[in-house]
Design a binder for this molecule. Structure first.
Ligand code: DGL
Length: 270
């Protein structure tokens, strides 16, 4: 099974794209709703939460995991890959989202001016700057943290004037820098993708993060048949959350466009 992990609702954007682009694989989703939001928390705590989520998904039978959460990917993926996996899960794979999104942005940009929006933690980590500059040293990265967007989106305020106003405010400094490519460096933002596209101006290519991550996974599995052959195929997808609320279930089903059986995950503290 492919495990997909996020702090809450946002990672379902990646799930939706994986189900569309790689429908043959069985997935298991874990949203750590009880401890959302991750965006303003310390790196130490994000590391602990991420390790616990990884333990949970591997114990449930996942053979590889995508950390869809940008905040976790940006801050702790490298440490997980370099220190945690070799010690506790040698041979298992955990992938993140910063690299695939940066690769795609570097491919798409024409003027080498790339904008990134994300949570405070993601922006402060500098992970996108490092990754984009590694892709192409001529790229200039302009970032903005958007801490008020996740609560608005989790609340389901997708079309509200307040949300559009916040988006205008957060995107203005990046538009002023004449970016031509925008990375939505937080899974939640894809849920207001069409509003962002409208506000970002015609000159800006807003990357579709879910599809980008799913295509990158496809490419990875093509290159790693030894991993691909161990993935469970089928449609018995499983959805877990550390706290089940009516609003989460409602928003999750609305985003996925289907009814899901949401189960409660009890995460063991490390
Ligand atoms: N979904 C998380 C991300 O991609 C952010 C939401 C949160 O603050 O927990 O960064």
């Amino acid at each position: 099974m492919i495990g997909i992990f996020d702090s809450g609702l946002g990672g379902l954007t990646v799930v939706k794209s994986i189900l569309k682009i790689l429908p043959q694989y069985q997935i298991m989703y874990l949203g750590d709703t009880a401890r959302l939001p991750y965006g303003n928390r310390s790196r130490e705590l994000i590391y602990i939460f991420t390790k616990e989520a990884i333990d949970y998904l591997f114990k449930q039978g996942c053979t590889m995991i995508i950390i869809a959460c940008n905040t976790s990917s940006a801050q702790v993926l490298r440490k997980i890959q370099q220190e945690y996996l070799p010690k506790f899960y040698p041979g298992k794979k955990v992938l993140g989202v910063v690299r695939p999104l940066s690769e795609e942005a570097a491919r798409v940009t024409k003027n080498n001016r790339v904008g990134v929006i994300g949570t405070r933690g993601t922006i402060a980590s500098g992970a996108y700057i490092r990754e984009l500059e590694a892709q192409n040293s001529r790229i200039k990265v302009f970032q903005n943290a958007c801490p008020l967007l996740v609560p608005l989106i989790e609340e389901g305020w997708l079309e509200k004037t307040e949300t559009k106003k916040m988006l205008r405010l957060y995107l203005k400094p990046l538009k002023d820098k004449k970016i031509d490519t925008l990375i939505l460096g937080c899974t939640h933002y894809q849920i207001v993708f069409s509003q962002i596209v409208k506000i970002a101006s015609k000159r800006v290519c807003v990357l579709n993060p879910g599809d980008t991550v799913a295509k990158s996974l496809q490419n990875y599995l093509d290159r790693h048949p030894e991993i691909e052959k161990n993935l469970v195929k089928g449609t018995a997808h499983q959805y877990y959350a550390t706290e089940i609320t009516e609003i989460f279930l409602h928003n999750a089903q609305k985003w996925l466009g289907q009814k899901i059986h949401l189960q409660s995950a009890v995460i063991e503290k490390s």
